[in-house]
Design a protein around this ligand. Structure first.
Ligand SMILES: Nc1nc2c(c(=O)[nH]1)N[C@H]1C(S)=C(S)[C@@H](COP(=O)(O)OP(=O)(O)OC[C@H]3O[C@@H](n4cnc5c(N)ncnc54)[C@H](O)[C@@H]3O)O[C@H]1N2
Ligand code: MOO
Length: 399
């Protein structure tokens, strides 16, 4: 059994980000930028008004009230072509270009529109309610750097920068194979002894959440030919994930079948709970992760190994991010397997959350995983720790 950190290091060794592809802005949400994005224009392109009102010269509004001559108007998109001279005013609207000669805007609430003229009753110095050209960004300014996962606000900025297409990392294609004679699809009628496949569905959802493309290879029976045939479907994938059949029983055939197909086995079995029988290798260069069948083991392994691998393929920071919390209960001494305890998180008195592991941690109990807020990390051979001890927690709020 190798330690968790070593297993992850071996999985990530030599992984390079996938090639880039170009997508329309409308398809870019959640994708990871492969190159810096620079503004293709200056915003605002010229000085514009921030309010509906009147564009005037500060020199003309020193003594108030004052009546100024209306010489035109400047709605957004239709700049006033002339220049303001002494005593002139131009009706202006939010987003309208500030006319030449004007240096300030007075909001319409502080003016009386008299038709041919305007009475200005209040107003302040130069630049008031004026958005200078380039206040937001100038052409050529880098809005985002390569390696950023694009969110809703980023799409808005890219659009404003007049960038209608973006170079992003190709989505990792992940073939997912569930195995087991007893496994049926959710919604199927169950014969005695059968159970519903929860793993493959969850793994596919995780892959999608991370920006990958799951490829469902279905459920293979515990039989070498069936397994081997199902594995044919992984051709062209960037990564193969199997669920179940990873342990030592005589029905646990995955490793053998993969071996017959030429798997270059990296490791099998790690010092971790849940997830001991995790397997990793390469099949014609394609990484293969053999997840244990127990549903909790499968998902926890996916979070600690599959997620980093997918992130690395997308060129993102791959190491899991832990937060600190205080233990809500006494923690017993740990054995030689790094332990990940499903726990609730509650606000603590000094700002640090309190992590309270569920009393029972069997790796078949998905309910506790779904109800947990985080996984409390217990190092190998960690001594007993009383409630209140600071612990590391892998948050589950994003999965
Ligand atoms: N003698 C030993 N037995 C076991 C060991 C061991 O070291 N010695 N390791 C245990 C550990 S730890 C784990 S984890 C499991 C993993 O076993 P497998 O990967 O071979 O998984 P299966 O035997 O196929 O299934 C285990 C369990 O999970 C259920 N399962 C399988 N696939 C799915 C699925 N897609 N969705 C939901 N549930 C699934 C399956 O029905 C079993 O109940 O081995 C221990 N045994
Ligand atoms: O690793 Mo197993 O996941 O302990 O049940």
């Amino acid at each position: 059994m190798i330690p968790v950190a070593e297993a992850r290091a071996r999985i990530l060794a030599g992984v390079v980000p996938l090639p880039a592809e170009q997508v329309a802005l409308t398809e870019a949400l959640g994708r990871v930028l492969a190159e810096d994005v620079a503004a293709r224009l200056t915003h605002p392109p010229l000085a514009v008004s921030a309010m509906d009102g009147w564009a005037v010269r500060t020199a003309d509004i020193q003594a108030l009230p004052v009546e100024l001559r209306r010489i035109g108007s400047a709605p957004a998109g239709q700049p006033f072509p002339g220049t303001l001279g002494p005593g002139d005013a131009v009706r202006i609207f939010t987003g309208g270009a500030l006319p030449d000669g004007a240096d300030t805007v007075v909001v319409q609430e502080d003016c009386d529109d008299l038709g041919e003229s305007v009475r200005v009753k209040d107003g302040s110095g130069p630049g008031r309610w004026v958005r200078p050209a380039g206040q937001d960004f100038a052409a050529g300014v880098v809005g985002f750097k390569a390696g950023r996962r694009l969110g809703v606000r980023d799409l808005s900025l890219a659009a404003a920068m007049n960038v209608p297409w973006l170079k992003v990392r190709r989505r990792p294609r992940v073939a997912i194979l569930a195995t087991g004679d007893e496994i049926v699809m959710p919604g199927d009628t169950l014969a005695p002894g059968q159970i519903v496949s929860s793993n493959a569905l969850a793994i596919a959802a995780l892959v999608k959440t991370l920006g990958g493309e799951p490829l469902d290879l279905g459920i293979a029976r515990d039989e070498a030919t069936a397994l081997s045939q199902a594995l044919d479907g992984a051709r062209g994938a960037d990564l193969l994930v199997t669920c179940g059949g990873a342990s030592v029983g005589e029905h646990d055939l995955v490793r053998k079948v993969l071996g017959d197909r030429g798997l270059d086995l990296g490791f099998w079995k790690i010092a971790m709970r849940p997830g001991k029988p995790l397997m990793f290798g390469r099949l014609d260069g394609m990484p293969v992760l053999g997840l244990p069948g127990n549903p909790v083991s499968s998902l926890v392994c996916a979070l600690l190994f599959l997620r980093p691998l997918l992130l690395a393929l997308l060129g993102l920071q791959a190491e899991p991010r832990f937060i600190r919390a205080v233990a809500g209960t006494d923690l017993p001494a740990n054995d030689g397997r790094e332990d990940y305890l499903r726990a609730t998180l509650a606000p603590g008195p000094d700002g640090m959350p309190v992590a309270t592991p569920f009393p029972k941690q069997d790796s078949g109990m998905l309910s506790r995983l779904a109800w947990a807020d985080g996984l409390v990390l217990r190092a190998r051979h960690a001594p007993a720790a009383p409630a209140g001890t600071v612990v590391e927690v892998l948050p589950l709020d994003d999965v």
